[in-house]
Design a binder for this molecule. Structure first.
Ligand code: 5GP
Ligand code: MG
Ligand code: MG
Length: 183
């Protein structure tokens, strides 16, 4: 394992930490307006959504419960397997409650479409999705997303929670990796 600085492997920065925080602030304002006076649980999808959850939740000035799920739909590489497995379930009962699933990226949509129907079957008052990024060209399943940070082209991105082989999650910005990283 080389000890180089993580940022040296980025070939292009797509979104800076500042841009991300500003956009999450806008999404938080929409969420506050939409769920005014309602009980709200936000569900982060581990591990990629950790940064989005932390910053989105702190952009909310209302009360909100933060819960987590871990599902696996990806191997260690860059391709979706389409197989979804629950590795860690919610701690809370969401019956009768408003739920917003928080994720960092929608690629094929397989994970979130599966997760939405799984949570929907538990009798919540509502289930919506908030994702920082979405790749419209990669969608294989129709997924109704209420809150989107940005639509991006169909290329592999890292940083701000997004990994390549479990590295680069701790980058503050989001960007694309230099080709030498993959070889
Ligand atoms: P989907 O089921 O929508 O194809 O994939 C969802 C998951 O795949 C995301 O939560 C993320 O973990 C991973 N993923 C999809 N696209 C990318 C990408 O461009 N970069 C990284 N690092 N992960 C991605
Ligand atoms: Mg994710
Ligand atoms: Mg990953």
């Amino acid at each position: 394992m080389d000890a180089g600085h993580v940022e040296n492997d980025l070939v292009e920065v797509l979104f800076t930490e500042k841009q991300i925080l500003d956009r999450l602030g806008e999404l938080a304002a929409e969420i506050e307006r939409d769920y005014d006076g309602k009980d709200l649980v936000i569900v982060g999808v581990l591990r990629g959504a950790v940064m989005v959850m932390a910053d989105l939740a702190r952009s909310l000035s209302r009360h909100v419960e933060m819960d987590w799920m871990a599902v696996s739909s990806y191997g260690s590489g860059t391709k979706s397997s389409g197989v979804v497995r629950i590795l860690k379930d919610l701690d809370s009962d969401i019956t009768g409650r408003h739920v917003v699933i928080v994720d960092e990226i929608i690629d094929t949509g397989l994970t979130l479409s599966w997760l939405t129907s799984n949570l929907g079957s538990r009798g919540p008052a509502s289930v919506e999705i908030c994702t920082l990024l979405r790749k419209p060209e990669a969608l294989q399943m129709p997924v109704d997303v209420k809150y989107v940070g940005w639509d991006i082209p169909n290329e592999f991105v890292v940083g701000y929670g997004l990994d390549y082989r479990e590295r680069y999650r701790n980058l503050r910005d989001i960007g694309t990796l230099a080709p030498h990283v993959y070889s």
